[in-house]
Design a protein around this ligand. Structure first.
Ligand SMILES: [Zn+2]
Length: 241
């Protein structure tokens, strides 16, 4: 363990107890696509003890352009299984739990109730709205990431802070045609999500709470927008327990 995590353990503020905290942490990664690839690999490599993977899809040829957790040999396999296999090969000291399903109203409470932190690596609004609602209901923190074409953004939602709807309002639009996505964009945003997760689990650093970090690859520009709790927000005002 000492050797595997040597570069964690030589970080400022990172003690053997910090590493132990990670080993005992339980996270759920919703969506094992482009964002999920980066999140899953880095959390497993860092030594997060229990990683749940929720995805109901199979690996398709068009996924391989950006979903770097998969190989060509994984085509046609269930993503949750293929991703779990890759994580176990990367770090046999961690546990990867397979949920061969999308996040749905029927399973959201059961999946999320069981973990310390949720990573939103989904590609659709419906799943995000459900994730937001369930995390508010169960008082769970989550890290939201989203990408489209050359652009991506990321923010961290704590039960006590502003919620996703405080930031985005009450969007209910359906899913548009899948957009083009520059492969490194979900890789980059997923890496920021993984860093936020490690910071939350170890208590190190300042989280992206009330801050939306945006990256646009076209001008190669990072931007940050701050947001606050909306006292009239229908989601966190009425649904917070
Ligand atoms: Zn709110």
């Amino acid at each position: 363990m000492k050797e595997r995590y040597a570069r964690n353990l030589s970080l400022p503020g990172w003690t053997p107890e910090t590493q132990q905290r990670l080993a005992q942490a339980k996270v759920l990664v919703v969506g094992a696509g482009g964002l999920g690839s980066a999140v899953l690999l880095y959390l497993a490599a860092a030594g997060v003890g229990c990683i749940g993977i929720a995805d109901g899809d199979r690996v398709e040829p068009s996924d391989l352009q950006r979903q770097i957790i998969y190989d060509t040999d994984d085509l046609g396999k269930a993503k949750a299984d293929a991703a779990a296999r890759r994580l176990r090969a990367l770090n046999p000291q961690i546990e990867a739990t397979v949920h061969r399903t999308r996040l749905e109203a029927e399973n959201a409470v059961r999946l999320i109730d069981d973990c310390d932190l949720v990573l939103d690596c989904t590609d659709n609004l419906g799943a995000r709205v459900l994730l937001s609602r369930t995390c508010l209901q169960l008082s769970r923190p989550w890290v939201h990431g989203a990408v489209s074409e050359y652009y991506g953004h990321v923010t961290t939602l704590l039960p006590s802070g502003p919620c996703w709807h405080c930031l985005f309002g009450t969007q209910t639009a359906g899913n548009p045609t899948p957009p083009g996505i520059l492969g490194p964009v979900p890789g980059t945003i997923g890496c920021v999500q993984a860093a936020e997760a490690l910071k939350y689990l170890t208590g190190i650093g300042r989280l992206l709470v009330g801050r939306l970090l945006v990256w646009d690859a076209v001008p190669a520009a990072w931007d940050e927008f701050t947001y606050t709790k909306n006292p009239d927000c229908p989601a966190c005002r009425t649904e917070k327990v």
